[in-house]
Design a protein around this ligand. Structure first.
Ligand SMILES: Cc1ncc(COP(=O)(O)O)c(C=O)c1O
Length: 457
């Protein structure tokens, strides 16, 4: 077998022409969305006022394994994909581990993360439907930046509700979004009813993804020719992110790489779902026994300490109910620097796979995550996003466990993005001022108390 290069690059011809719909391969499906008013499963018609039609079709599609990627989106993808699968030779050497470590590096586009894979698709379908504008929320700012790039390309107006703590920490993220033509509003804001209500109840709030989602949805349903788009959690977002896993699998097959462990950070679950999708399908069919690991912050532990329950996707309780691992839509996470992981819930597909034992989950405090981030930056050269650094920390721990046991495992992790706009976080860490806050059981109970009582039909 030829030596594996530092970076495995596929050619444009090897890029996937179809997304991979993991639900078609699952033995048991995640529960459909529930209408909180009627207790019945949501219909397509009920989702159409909020979302674009093609995206609703993808959201509800549980049967087709392969869904064609339209040519316009493939052409957009070609501007920054295929992304490399990197063999972390330097890290392996520095750790003195027998393990082989690989990372799929999604930080090669200007927005800096995997979010562009779904942003491009969602903007394309909005344009195809003849819409003139979109609204969204952004946590860390990665999704908002990706969507502003995509909206600029497909010629759509965009309003981004940016979680207040991130807007304060990252003024330059805002500047990038504005450069691509987006309007950025710190959330909660006084531009929406739900924002005004949240501000009246908790004037000192740092905001959360849940609040920002409520604001963006309100604008979408009250504005003509405008729809809401979401950067994670939903099934169609995970579908678009399957390009990550498909490219990874092609690269693995080409070089006969057989992963033992695949690790991803989990905020709303989209990068993890995308990365594991084709490998998980094989596991379900008994063709591999890969150990899939979801990593989350100890400050927002949806999988490791949450409940598998029907819950709202947003703080304002405007979305359909989603059966997922959740801390309760009323849970207000502490201002962790990994803004993209500060979400109370989790992808319903990831939740179901976790519930059924196909995935395990682990949480880390942010000081240990940043220790791994700095170590990785110094050894491999890439400055990682705090979110991605959760996966780095786990990969390093697994590689060190191999050193201990002498096992030569193959580890793949998702390096979802770069951390250039996270310098406040790095400065805090470098100066020893980073604090860790782990919610107590009483804190979590307050969130669980906000779970809706549902009379399901
Ligand atoms: C760099 C990066 N990685 C990961 C995430 C987590 O999102 P998800 O779990 O949907 O992949 C985010 C979210 O903003 C992000 O910006």
């Amino acid at each position: 077998m030829e030596k594996i290069p530092y970076k495995i690059y596929l050619s444009e011809d090897e890029m996937p022409k179809y997304w991979f719909n993991l639900r078609s391969k699952m033995k048991e499906l995640p529960e459909p969305f529930v209408n909180p008013g009627t207790g019945e499963y949501c219909t397509k018609e009920e989702l159409l006022p909020v979302f674009c039609e093609d995206l609703v079709d993808q959201e509800l599609n549980t049967t087709d394994t392969y869904i064609e990627i339209p040519e316009e989106i493939r052409n957009y993808y070609k501007m920054y994909r295929p992304s490399p699968l990197v063999r972390a030779y330097s890290l392996e050497k520095a750790l003195d581990t027998p393990a082989e470590i690989y990372y799929k590096y999604e930080g090669t586009n200007t927005s800096g993360s995997h979010k562009l894979n779904s942003a491009a698709a969602q903007a394309y379908y909005a344009k195809k439907q003849g819409l003139s504008s979109l609204t969204t929320e952004t946590g860390a700012g990665q999704w908002g930046t990706a969507l502003s790039m995509a909206c600029a390309h497909f010629n759509l107006d965009l309003s981004v509700y940016m979680v207040k703590v991130s807007a304060d920490q990252k003024p330059h993220r805002r500047a990038v979004m504005e450069t691509y033509g987006a309007k950025v509003i710190a959330s909660p804001s006084n531009t929406t009813n739900v924002g005004r209500k949240i501000l009246a109840e908790t004037p000192d709030t740092n905001g959360s993804l849940g609040c920002a989602i409520s604001e963006a949805i309100e604008v979408a349903v009250t504005t003509d020719s405008c729809k809401y788009v979401l950067g994670s959690v939903l099934n169609h977002v995970g579908l678009h992110q399957s390009i990550i896993g498909l490219e990874t699998k092609t690269a693995c097959d080409k070089y006969d790489i057989k992963p033992d462990i695949i690790i991803g950070c989990a905020g709303g679950g989209s990068n993890l779902l995308g990365l594991i999708a084709p490998f998980m399908a094989d596991k379900i069919e008994g063709k591999n026994d890969i150990d899939f690991v979801a990593i989350e912050p100890a400050s927002c532990p949806s999988l490791t300490r949450g409940r598998y329950a029907l819950d709202f996707g947003d703080t304002g309780k405007t979305t359909p109910l989603i059966r997922m691992y959740t801390l309760g839509s009323g849970f207000m996470p502490s201002p962790n620097h990994a803004g993209g992981l500060r979400y109370h819930g989790m992808s319903p597909i990831i939740s179901k796979l976790y519930h059924d034992g196909y995935i395990r989950a682990k949480s880390y405090i942010q000081n240990e995550v940043f220790e791994a981030a700095v170590q990785f930056a110094r050894i491999e050269g890439i400055l990682p996003a705090p979110e991605s650094s959760h996966a780095i920390k786990a990969a390093i721990d697994e590689a060190l466990a191999c050193k201990e046991s002498g096992e030569k495992k193959t580890i793949i992790f998702g390096l979802t993005g770069t951390g250039y706009f996270d310098m406040t976080a790095y400065t805090n860490y470098n100066s020893g001022n980073m604090t860790d806050y782990i919610p107590t059981d009483e804190d979590l109970q307050k969130g669980f108390d906000s779970l809706p009582q549902v009379n399901q039909k």
